[in-house]
Design a protein around this ligand. Structure first.
Ligand code: FAD
Length: 291
């Protein structure tokens, strides 16, 4: 007999990795170390986030272009509607297309100060409008966000699922989920997607948690629930980052193992620009360096 975790790694899975654009020289180096460590795993794609309200416009662009030029990775640029007119967003997209970047993660975004969402008067109001706008510019590959536990602004889960369906009908070919911790949350969502006629891949967003206190704070705002058992696992470790990392790796590996056993074969990792946990969990899932 073998441990379930060993059995899970027998099916071929593919991974993708998300980075954020670095602010300082030191963070730039950290990102680059992370990118180089993960590159041999030949991820399906990597993506670079776009700061709230367009605050990282140039940094996102430069990071995406650098990855495209200096590695074999296929980078996707996140792009949001917030704070830009349609013309500005279209210009950003055209520039990407001209530089050979073909994949956009199209998002509505959030207001920089946590204020209730208000669309730019001349902007794309929602992600669905951005997806349609991008497709008018060029035949981009487009990924969109999905919320297994409902987006906080959505009146109900049905409305939110319809929104996801509309984004796909508008031209998105993949959804990436908000992070979640209880695998059953994602599996139930996957089923609801299938029932709603969503046939594109829906990737689970995996967040290996190393700073539990921070995640607890953040999760309330983005509608991801933090199970009691998780609080329990991290209890007493606030001043023990080393143990927290080991616990984080175990929790995320277990989560992925359960998903893999249920037939999930694509995993998207929120790396926070650190390679170690994403690398280890990919390894456990059977993803190995390619020559
Ligand atoms: P939408 O799909 O537009 O949905 C937003 C809300 O509006 C939902 O509640 C939806 O149900 C509702 N809605 C849709 N249409 C209508 C309508 N016509 N009338 C009323 N309500 C409507 N944020 C960043 O700033 N930068 C990033 O790089 C970034 N990357 C992300 C990556 C992933 C994988 C995920 C899951 C999220 C990311 N976010 C990012 C966060 C995201 O911007 C927020 O969650 C934002 O609040 C919603 O964006 P969305 O694209 O899901 O919006």
């Amino acid at each position: 007999s073998e441990l379930p975790i060993a059995a899970a790694s027998k099916r071929p899975v593919s991974v993708s990795f998300e980075f954020f654009p670095p602010k300082t020289e030191k963070m730039q180096q950290a990102l680059w170390d992370c990118v180089q460590r993960l590159e041999p795993l030949a991820p399906l794609f990597v993506s670079v986030t776009y700061g709230a309200g367009g605050t990282t416009r140039e940094r996102t662009h430069d990071t995406v272009v650098r990855i495209a030029r200096e590695t074999k990775l296929k980078p996707a640029a996140h792009l949001t509607c917030v704070g830009h007119s349609r013309g500005e967003v279209d210009d950003i997209a055209r520039r990407y297309w001209d530089e050979g970047i073909r994949h956009i993660v199209a998002l509505r975004g959030d207001m920089p100060d946590g204020a209730p969402y208000a669309a730019h008067p001349d902007g794309y109001a929602y992600a669905v409008d951005l997806v349609a706008g991008l497709k008018r510019i060029a035949d981009f590959e487009i990924s969109v966000a999905a919320y297994p536990e409902k987006h906080p602004d959505a009146p109900d889960a049905g409305f939110d699922l319809d929104n996801l369906k509309r984004k796909i009908d508008a031209g998105a070919s993949r959804a990436i989920s908000q992070y979640f911790f209880d695998p059953s949350v994602f599996l139930a969502f996957r089923e609801r997607c299938a029932k709603a006629g969503i046939t594109v891949p829906v990737l689970p967003g995996i967040l290996p948690v190393t700073n539990f206190a921070q995640v607890q704070k953040f999760s309330a705002a983005c509608g991801a629930s933090v199970p009691e058992w998780m609080a329990d696992l991290f209890a007493g470790l606030d001043d023990d980052p080393e143990t927290r990392r080991l616990v984080a790796a175990t929790v995320a590996a277990e989560q992925c193992r359960i998903l893999a056993a249920e037939g999930v074969d694509n995993f998207h990792f929120y790396t926070l620009n650190r390679a170690d946990l994403a690398y280890a969990i990919s390894h456990i899932l059977g993803v190995r360096p390619r020559a």
